[in-house]
Design a protein around this ligand. Structure first.
Ligand SMILES: Cc1cc2nc3c(=O)[nH]c(=O)nc-3n(C[C@H](O)[C@H](O)[C@H](O)COP(=O)(O)OP(=O)(O)OC[C@H]3O[C@@H](n4cnc5c(N)ncnc54)[C@H](O)[C@@H]3O)c2cc1C
Length: 290
């Protein structure tokens, strides 16, 4: 399949990319790793007249520590997130998620910024970044603004970003001492995308009980959803297998999953409870080392 004809222009800075976006308006589209946009163009789901390539814009790659946050440039590829020492040390759940995206080729081209901007309901990173309470820094000609993960994913393939904005960084707060994070995914056997997945951030009190929990589930709706009933069920309780199982059983409460040819809504709801339990158990195990 071939995409419709398009023009191509490479931007050499964020400012130049912003100018090009302003110039081309609705007909211009940013290109990062191209691993979601190009397939969509080949299927004629998208037909931008001009691709604005930001792939070589300096300053948008890499992982660094700043105060109490891990800052990840929007152009950082999944493979680099997966092996980053900072990510593995402080938010291992993010490394879990990055390492199970697609295959090696996808992980070596696809970017974290492209993944969250594309907002595929079956993507991995939106789920774990929601559990980690990340925020997304977007730049426009009027400056930067931060959007919390809870507010970022607004619908299928839709985010709170405006068309004239560029995502530049993802900020991931370093969890409090005594925290553990994890990600667990049931992949579609053919595509590898998420059927259902769960991300967990668990913080323990000195007594060992759960101080706070953030749990996000993917595959049940238009984007990641917080499993609020599970979070409440865990709070203040000892993190025994029974407590975790009871909390995880509530992971799909108040969700209305979309059925597809692979999985019924009932199956997705059930699998969500299983993968929530796996993610919480793995996060709890990691609290011991943090
Ligand atoms: C075979 C295959 C298997 C895959 N499997 C998985 C999987 O298992 N799990 C998973 O999560 N993903 C999967 N993916 C998707 C992959 O992770 C993509 O890399 C990712 O979703 C998009 O990143 P990209 O850099 O390629 O973005 P692009 O395709 O270049 O762009 C995607 C969209 O984001 C916009 N965009 C890109 N960067 C920015 C920015 N900085 N600011 C604003 N907008 C921006 C673009 O305009 C476009 O609309 C798979 C892809 C393929 C081809």
């Amino acid at each position: 399949m071939f995409p419709a004809n398009f023009a191509y222009v490479a931007a050499h800075s964020v400012e130049e990319a912003l100018q090009l976006l302003a110039k081309h308006g609705e007909e211009g589209k940013l290109l990062a790793g191209g691993h979601s946009l190009i397939p969509a163009m080949k299927l004629r789901l998208q037909s931008p007249q001009t691709l604005i390539d930001i792939g070589t814009v300096p300053g948008l790659c890499g992982v660094r520590l700043e105060e109490n946050q891990i800052i990840i440039g929007a152009l950082t590829i999944h493979a680099d997130v997966a092996v980053s020492d900072l990510v593995r040390k402080h938010v291992a759940g993010l490394a879990d998620a990055a390492s199970v995206i697609g295959d090696m080729q996808v992980r070596n081209r696809g970017t974290i910024g492209g993944s969250v901007a594309h907002a595929d309901p079956a993507a991995d990173l939106p789920v774990i970044l929601t559990a980690l309470n990340a925020s997304f820094i977007v730049r426009s000609s009027s400056g930067n603004r931060a959007i919390a993960a809870d507010d970022f994913f607004t619908d299928f393939y839709t985010t709170a970003m405006n068309a004239h904005e560029i995502l530049t960084e993802i900020h991931v707060p370093i969890p409090a001492p005594g925290s553990g994070t994890a990600y667990a995914k049931l992949p579609h056997p053919a595509s590898g995308y998420v059927v259902v997945s769960a991300g967990a951030l668990i913080t323990r009190q000195a007594s060992g009980s759960c101080a706070t929990a953030r749990i996000a589930i993917g595959g049940l709706g238009s984007g990641p959803c917080r499993a609020v009933a599970t979070e409440i069920e865990l709070q203040g309780k000892p993190l025994t297998p029974q407590v975790i199982a009871r909390a995880a059983a509530k992971a799909a409460e108040e969700t209305d999953p979309v059925e597809d040819s692979y999985a019924s809504a009932e199956y997705k709801r059930h699998v969500a409870t299983v993968y929530a339990r796996k993610a919480i158990e793995a996060a709890v195990e990691r609290t011991a080392t943090n």
